[in-house]
Design a protein around this ligand. Structure first.
Ligand SMILES: Cc1cc2nc3c(=O)[nH]c(=O)nc-3n(C[C@H](O)[C@H](O)[C@H](O)COP(=O)(O)OP(=O)(O)OC[C@H]3O[C@@H](n4cnc5c(N)ncnc54)[C@H](O)[C@@H]3O)c2cc1C
Length: 401
């Protein structure tokens, strides 16, 4: 078994690492201070440089102007990009656009592709994905109140959503709405494209996340859809196929998130190790001489390396054997890596002392903006339950043998 990145992708990884270090990281402090909306021109310039360097859209199919990487290759890229909070955005593979691009590419009609997919893939517009509702459990998304009623050749959508990430400034939302209320739970909803300038689309507020409401791309919105009328041709895929398509969106999406989190871990690990090898705790000795700090360094190294192997194995399984063979692996990495990341960030903050909770390092940004990792795309508890049930069912069936 070869644990080195494939020869085909290694030079690309080197170029991406250099680009992130030379162009993206130097812009970070300024962009995060000003917020995404104010920094959009600066980010557009960086995206231009990324395109000139031939690095745009690592996961995008070649016909959409991207590099056409497979899941394992893109996973390796995603780790490099995750070392900066701007990495995925600058390279055109940020959530939720990356997932929307995937489903538009697979299910979009030629007209939907021309109007929405192509400008999205070029980075000319942004999009959002609107499924979760404040009144219903997002962890069981078959329970939805948002409804799309047929009226002639149109749908009329009424519903209340929240945590629609990046809605502020998006050109359109892909909305999950009930179209077939009498069907079985997993066949009730459809995905419908709603341009954000549709009458009745009301962005109520950007929800504050631990005190920060963000701006532009870096937001999570509460939205009312009040009698939003869109043509039936805006439906993505078959009527009632919303959950099926959502599942397809989530599989690779979890690999991308996990590899991004490993990138965050590596960045934080560097920050931690640099700090403790320099910070004197008495006249002579640094923090790095203390056993507790050494133990945390060793534990972090083991946890990060284990995470990477698990995620790459899951990506490999999806690529070689299909998503259905990787279900358990994907659930395992989703909660395991999210917890590794948050533990590494928390310990790094602890070892930085007061400095750790200031904005003078990257740590506080991650502490605030990555806590959601244990909640979105399936909370920890749901993934654990699902995996455990499958494992235990295999043991339970032993009695029948
Ligand atoms: C940063 C962030 C970004 C997001 N972006 C988007 C987006 O772009 N679009 C979108 O539609 N949604 C988005 N979401 C919403 C996300 O999908 C939901 O928050 C998630 O599905 C959980 O739903 P909920 O918040 O309603 O929690 P609930 O379903 O109310 O669950 C609350 C808690 O209950 C526990 N729990 C739930 N079910 C079980 C169970 N079966 N067994 C044991 N414990 C359980 C878990 O601890 C869970 O965290 C985002 C969320 C976050 C935090």
């Amino acid at each position: 078994m070869d644990f080195d990145p494939p020869e085909t992708v290694r030079p690309l990884l080197d170029r991406i690492e250099t680009f992130v270090a030379d162009h993206v990281m130097p812009a970070e402090a300024d962009v995060l201070e000003r917020g995404f909306a104010a920094a959009t021109p600066q980010l557009a310039e960086l995206r231009g440089k990324c395109k000139e360097a031939g690095l745009w859209g690592p996961q995008l199919p070649r016909e959409l102007g991207g590099l056409g990487l497979g899941l394992v290759e893109h996973g390796l890229v995603s780790e490099r990009l995750g070392r900066s909070p701007l990495g995925h955005y600058v390279f055109g593979c940020q959530a939720p656009d990356a997932g929307n691009i995937e489903i538009l590419h697979k299910y979009g009609t030629p007209a939907q592709k021309a109007r929405w997919l192509e400008p999205l893939a070029r980075g000319d517009i942004r999009s959002c994905f609107s499924m979760t509702e404040p009144e219903n459990p997002g962890s069981n998304p078959t329970i939805l109140s948002c409804a799309a009623r047929k009226d002639g050749i149109d749908y009329v959508i009424d519903g209340h959503k929240w945590f629609t990430s990046a809605a502020d400034g998006s050109a359109f939302a892909i909305v999950m709405a009930v179209t077939n209320p009498d069907a079985p739970p997993h066949a009730r909803a459809s995905m419908i494209i709603v341009p954000t300038d549709t009458p009745g689309f009301e962005l109520v507020r950007n929800i504050k996340i631990m005190g920060d409401e963000g701006s532009g791309y870096g937001t999570h919105a509460e939205i009312w859809y009040r009698g939003c009328r869109v043509p039936e041709t805006n439906r993505l895929g078959a009527e009632g196929a919303g959950f099926l398509i959502a599942q397809e969106r989530l599989g690779p999406g979890r690999i991308h998130h996990c590899m991004r989190w490993i990138g965050i871990c590596e960045r934080v690990f560097d920050t931690l190790c640099r700090h403790i090898t320099r910070r004197k705790i008495d006249d002579e000795k640094t923090l790095a001489t203390r056993q507790i700090a050494q133990a945390w360094v060793a534990e972090a190294r083991a946890d990060i390396d284990a995470s990477r192997l698990m995620v790459l194995q899951a990506a490999w399984t999806i690529e070689k054997k299909g998503f259905s063979m990787a279900r358990d692996q994907v659930s395992l990495i989703k909660f395991f890596v999210a917890n590794v990341m948050l533990k590494v960030v928390d310990r790094a903050i602890q070892l930085h002392g007061a400095l750790g909770i200031t904005s003078d390092t990257i740590l506080a940004h991650y502490y605030v903006h990555e806590r959601g990792a244990r909640i979105y795309d399936g909370p920890d508890e749901v993934h654990k339950m699902v995996v455990a049930k499958r494992i235990l069912a295999r043991y339970a069936s032993e009695d029948a043998r």
